[in-house]
Design a protein around this ligand. Structure first.
Ligand code: FES
Length: 102
């Protein structure tokens, strides 16, 4: 669905994982850019109707890219720089509130 503008393989800066799948990324990629370039079609489930959602605006406005990053839920994948070894998980439903938040 998505492809890089330069079309070629300019090497990778490392790999992260998305639900256990290795995802290579380039220097300067955000988590969302790396996932889309790797062909990941959706990253979370809508907590209201269960529909699958994917990064949309890529600039921190729409919140469609929420994922769990290294155990922290509700992270905007389009605003987080990809780093080697990151463990990304699909965010399913509503996030949990931190203990003592209520
Ligand atoms: S893609 Fe819109 S906030 Fe991340």
């Amino acid at each position: 669905m998505f492809r890089r503008i330069d079309g070629g393989d300019n090497g990778t800066a490392g790999a992260l994982s998305f639900d256990g799948q290795a995802i290579p990324f380039r220097a300067g990629d955000t988590v969302a850019a790396a996932l889309l370039a790797a062909g990941v079609a959706d990253v979370r489930d809508n907590p209201v109707d269960g529909s699958r959602r994917a990064p949309y605006c890529m600039m921190g406005v729409c919140f469609e890219c929420l994922v769990e990053i290294d155990g922290r839920q509700n992270q905007q994948a389009c605003l987080v720089a990809a780093k080697p070894g990151m463990r990304i998980r699909r965010q399913a439903g509503a996030r949990l509130l931190p203990e003592g938040a209520l």
